[in-house]
Design a protein around this ligand. Structure first.
Ligand code: WT7
Length: 660
């Protein structure tokens, strides 16, 4: 293990605060190393011990890891448990019944508090309501809801009865929603009349209706609607039900459905390099173990903490660190409906002060946009707020640039709070590579070292280990409990995407490039190695956006690339060939707007290209392959210095050089 001196020569290094070092769950690098050694020595024994110590099992497991059908690994497979029982009932038994589970703050500022007992009652009633609709273990339920107590209740209620949920982010379009409902074969959809963000009302139920109108949702028997705004909506008698009416008459106790550890807790769709989104399937036992354990290890959560993860339940971060992990760990968490900039860009800091948040977990994009806002308007500068309750900060979803890291460290953490830069993915279920707040010396921009038991490594295309200092492909060499189990409906794609033959078929391919520091072994993620973009921490496939563009009647061909962006990390730049002559000036601007709106309707507003350029053609090789690396250079506005000898039509580059 590197000493602090060698790190200093490399770059700035920040040791963890001394008092945290003393009291943290993993205290000091020796404790970290001891856990890594334990995993190295007896991998299955290590995980079995943690699963026994951290989860309540209805039927204890005797088998830890089953590799007989690799890469379809099974964990704790003969054990039975219930995720909702572990998150709720367990807290009633261990003295947390009257502890606040959720502090909910609405967009307009109204605050609601729920104890563990109240949350348990709400979940049980709604679970009984779902059962009264005939929803059973293994049925799929799509959840298309705003950030709300009801959203968490819906997820927990599904878990309680063994229904597999699939949460669809409220920013996705009717078409994206319909595709997910169909692929999952959902029997019910839970939604809200409207969602409220930044003072604006946005439809949800109407989008569900539009999704149904697209066809194929025949398996859905009911649409359950949370009444958020009482805005006007259409109602289909017999199919549509109010959430509060469904729950009202139900008993407030509901025996949990005991499921196998491998039972699918949820499916969450995410973008891949090709084609349609993939339904990432997660387990119950292994998934919950890691959601809970990373709350302890990475966030060092203590009974007195107020934890706030600003993610949306529509993303995996909202699953692991809002809906499940914090509750399994028995802590008090903040759930926030709104946006960081409403009523002004001081909202996050104001909420931290009012709710005495001690652990704050957000995305680099949010930090960067709030830096800008604070620079522009001193009234929303974090200096104006009492942030003294904070003791730990986290970052997630994309690389955090050292400048943003330093600002976060100084202005939010006042140089007293460690920052955990957590690298992970929808597929990994929980944190993989991250500093430990009471152990790891931090280096801005590096996610540092893998958690104990996570066998991360960097290899070349053939799977050969690369020495530190040499960039390569990030892999995980052994299965871990919270890993993706399969792609829903597509096991072949699961194998191909994550366990390719070229790497031997048993090594998990993360899809990111990475490099380890020569001296410290610290990991730095260098970005996706496939055609996946990360815009504001939202994952997007270039192919998905291209398919949406070419579905427009005017478009002949399209290529999408990422372009570095100061605030959003990456932004989407689309190169488009129309079926008609290349437009210029106002006409080009007009068509660009139409195409952007089109993509918004096809996928969702988050997929709208920030920039569009038109050409008579795209740069291609003689065999007709689009040369994306050239497009990436053009998008950045840089001169092409690479070899273009294989380019069939060099003249086209001039056309695509300039933004319209
Ligand atoms: C991709 C996964 C992490 C859960 C939410 C996003 C990028 C994520 C980091 C980080 C550098 C990061 C990777 C990864 N990413 N965290 N700390 N540093 N890059 O999950 O939507 O599945 O996206 O986000 O490229 O592969 P996701």
């Amino acid at each position: 293990m590197a000493d602090i001196q060698t790190l200093k020569e490399e770059s700035r290094v920040f040791p963890p605060p001394a008092d945290m070092m003393k009291h943290a769950a993993i205290s000091g690098m020796e404790a970290y190393q001891a856990l890594c050694d334990e995993a190295e020595r007896d991998y299955e024994g290590f995980w079995a011990r943690l699963a026994r110590e951290n989860l309540s099992w209805q039927t204890p497991f005797t088998k830890t890891l089953d590799e007989s059908d690799a890469p379809f690994y099974k964990w704790f497979s003969d054990g039975k448990l219930n995720v909702s029982y572990n998150c709720l009932d367990r807290n009633l038994d261990n003295g947390n019944a009257d502890k606040t589970a959720i502090i909910f703050e609405a967009d307009g500022g109204e605050v609601t508090r729920l104890t563990y007992r109240e949350l348990h009652g709400r979940v049980c009633q709604f679970a009984n309501g779902l059962k009264s609709l005939g929803i059973r273990k293994g049925d799929r339920v799509v959840i298309y809801m705003p950030m709300s107590v009801e959203g968490v209740v819906a997820m927990q209620a599904c878990a309680r009865i063994g229904a597999t949920h699939s949460v669809v982010f409220g920013g996705f379009s009717a078409k994206s929603l319909q595709e997910r409902i169909v692929d999952a074969g959902a029997v019910a959809v839970i939604t809200a009349d409207e969602q409220v963000r930044g003072g604006k009302h946005l439809p949800l139920k109407a989008i569900v209706d539009d999704a149904f109108a697209l066809g194929g949702c025949d398996a859905v028997r009911n649409v359950v609607v949370y009444q958020r705004t009482s805005g006007k909506i259409n109602w289909q008698q017999g199919r549509d039900l109010w959430m509060h009416e469904l729950a009202a008459s139900q008993p407030s106790a509901c025996e949990p459905e005991w499921v196998d550890a491998e039972h699918p807790l949820f499916i969450l769709y995410t973008s891949g390099s090709t084609g349609t989104p993939k339904g990432v399937q997660h387990s119950s036992g292994g998934y919950l173990l890691w959601a809970m354990l990373t709350m302890k290890w990475t966030f060092d959560v203590k009974p007195s903490d107020v934890f706030w993860c600003t993610a949306d339940i529509g993303w995996v971060t909202g699953h692991s660190y809002i809906a499940y992990g914090p509750l399994a760990a028995g802590c008090t968490e903040v759930v926030f409906e709104g946006v960081p900039t409403y009523p002004d860009a001081g909202r996050f800091w104001d909420m931290i002060a009012r709710h005495k948040v001690s652990i704050f977990y957000t995305a680099p994009t949010a930090i960067r946009s709030l830096i800008k806002a604070a620079d522009a308007n001193p009234a929303v500068h974090p200096d104006r707020y009492d942030l003294s309750s904070l003791r730990l900060l986290g970052s997630v979803g994309e690389p955090i640039n050292p400048e943003a890291w330093m600002w976060y460290y100084k202005n939010i953490g006042h140089e007293k709070c460690p920052i955990v830069d957590t690298f992970w993915q929808t597929e990994t279920g929980g944190h993989m590579i991250t500093p430990l707040p009471g152990a790891t010396p931090m280096v801005p921009g590096s996610c540092t070292l893998p958690l104990p038991g996570i066998m991360a490594a960097i290899v070349d295309e053939t799977g050969q280990d690369l020495p530190n200092g040499q960039g390569g492909i990030l892999v995980v060499k052994r299965p871990w409990p919270s890993m993706i189990r399969t792609i829903w409906n597509d096991p072949a794609r699961f194998r191909k995407s994550y366990f390719p033959e070229e790497l031997g078929g048993k090594t998990y391919l993360a899809g990111d490039g990475a490099i380890r520091n020569k001296d410290t072994g610290y990991f730095t993620i260098t970005g996706r190695i496939d055609d996946v973009l990360n815009v504001s921490g939202h994952r997007m496939g270039t192919m998905e956006i291209e398919s949406a563009l070419v579905a427009h009647p005017m478009v002949a061909e399209a290529a999408v690339v990422g372009k570095p962006d100061e605030t959003t990390g990456e932004s989407i730049c689309a190169f488009v060939v129309l079926k008609r002559p290349r437009p210029e000036g106002d006409e080009a601007r007009q068509i660009a707007k139409e195409l952007r709106d089109w993509v918004g309707k096809e996928i969702g507003p988050i997929a709208k290209p920030k920039e569009l350029r038109f050409g008579d053609n795209l740069p291609k090789t003689r065999s007709g392959k689009i040369m994306r690396r050239l497009l990436r250079v053009l998008a950045k506005g840089e001169e092409i210095t690479q070899d273009i000898s294989t380019l069939e039509n060099p003249a086209i580059l001039e056309q695509l050089k300039h933004a319209i």
